[in-house]
Design a protein around this ligand. Structure first.
Ligand SMILES: [Zn+2]
Length: 353
């Protein structure tokens, strides 16, 4: 049986692609300059060569090094200037400054960032910020979406209790895997996150997967972070202690997650971070309380994943900057042009489809 979530996923993809194609083909991006504002902050996760095994679930989190290069070229062709994220508030607040900027940010601290993205950023002299989750760096917290992808890669039958008794879930086909993935997404929404992560960890171990070994395989270790911190183009920022949805935790945990990441990132990188990325970053994971907490903790800049380009007014709220995700499902140069135009963010929000 296919859930409504699965159907919505396909509809959403079709709508986004149609929208991006429409904008790139009509060249609306060139006609509607005002929509582009003062620039853009890109969100990236994995940067690594394409594989044929990543066909569902996390595919949107991976872009190839050549697509990253195309995105940089698209910005440079439009005379946009690369800028370190922490410098953005001053530039946007300066009324004499009419330039447009682009910033690159990479969430979660994947090893592939150093291996595949750093050489591209160096080639073009483009600064970038990597946001670290302390529990991932220290191998004490698993990355549930990666664990889930590893579980779903097996062609076995899994047994899991979503809250109404054990269910046997065969994973024999792509459509079954997508269905099971969506059930887990619903489960994660309804279950306290720590509890859900623990349950997914137990499931992983039951099919022979070690979730923390997977974290170790994927995330930059402290030694590599220290090494990368010497790269003048690279800055590290905080991404909480456990990557929990901050809107779903109490005030004490919120403070601990945000302020704790100041200290841990300082320990790894050798300087106090000035930037923070809210885990998940969408509207149900970051609100006024979280934006204020990041400001009170002393972060100069904090970024959401609410889609949008930069405006001069954005400088008034530097712990609520919007970003644009470079999505692994839409890796075409002309789509970057459409995003840079700002037009997609003026259109009705197709993501709610
Ligand atoms: Zn993240």
């Amino acid at each position: 049986m296919i859930t409504g979530t699965t159907v919505r996923r396909f509809v959403r993809h079709a709508l986004i692609r149609t929208g991006l194609e429409g904008i790139s083909l009509t060249r609306a991006g060139h006609l509607w300059r005002a929509a582009a504002g003062r620039g853009i902050i890109f969100t990236l996760h994995h940067v690594r060569p394409a594989t044929s095994t990543r066909t569902y679930a996390n595919a949107l989190l991976s872009i190839t090094p050549s697509f990253l290069e195309e995105a940089i070229q698209a910005c440079l062709e439009r005379d946009m200037m690369p800028l370190p994220l922490q410098d953005l508030p001053e530039r946007l607040a300066d009324p004499r400054d009419k330039r447009t900027y682009f910033c690159f940010t990479l969430d979660d601290g994947y090893r592939d960032n150093a291996q595949f993205a750093t050489p591209v950023f160096r080639k073009y002299g483009v600064p970038y910020t990597i946001f670290l989750t302390s529990g991932f760096v220290e191998r004490t917290r698993s990355i549930w979406w990666e664990t889930l992808e590893a579980i779903l890669a097996c062609n076995c039958e899994i047994v899991f209790d979503f809250g109404s008794g054990e269910k046997h879930l065969p994973l024999g086909s792509e459509i079954r895997k997508t269905f099971v993935y969506d059930r887990f997404m619903d489960y994660l929404t309804l279950t306290p996150e720590d509890e859900a992560v623990d349950a997914i960890d137990r499931l992983a171990r039951s099919v022979g997967i070690d979730p923390l070994a997977l974290t170790d395989q994927l995330i930059l270790p402290v030694h590599d972070i220290a090494q990368l911190a010497e790269d003048a183009l690279c800055r590290f920022g905080g991404h909480s202690l456990t990557h929990v949805n901050l809107r779903r935790v109490d005030a004490d945990r919120l403070k601990h997650e945000i302020e704790g990441s100041l200290d841990t990132v300082e320990r790894y990188a050798g300087y106090r971070p000035e930037t923070f990325a809210y885990p998940y970053g969408y509207a149900s994971a970051v609100g006024p309380r979280e934006i204020q907490a990041a400001r009170q903790a002393g972060f100069k800049v904090a970024v959401t994943n609410l889609p949008g380009v930069l405006r001069s007014e954005s400088a008034q709220d530097p712990t609520a900057f919007r970003r644009v995700s470079l999505n692994g499902n839409y890796q075409k140069r002309r789509y970057v042009g459409a995003l840079l135009s700002g037009v997609p963010f003026k259109l009705p929000d197709t993501r709610k489809a």
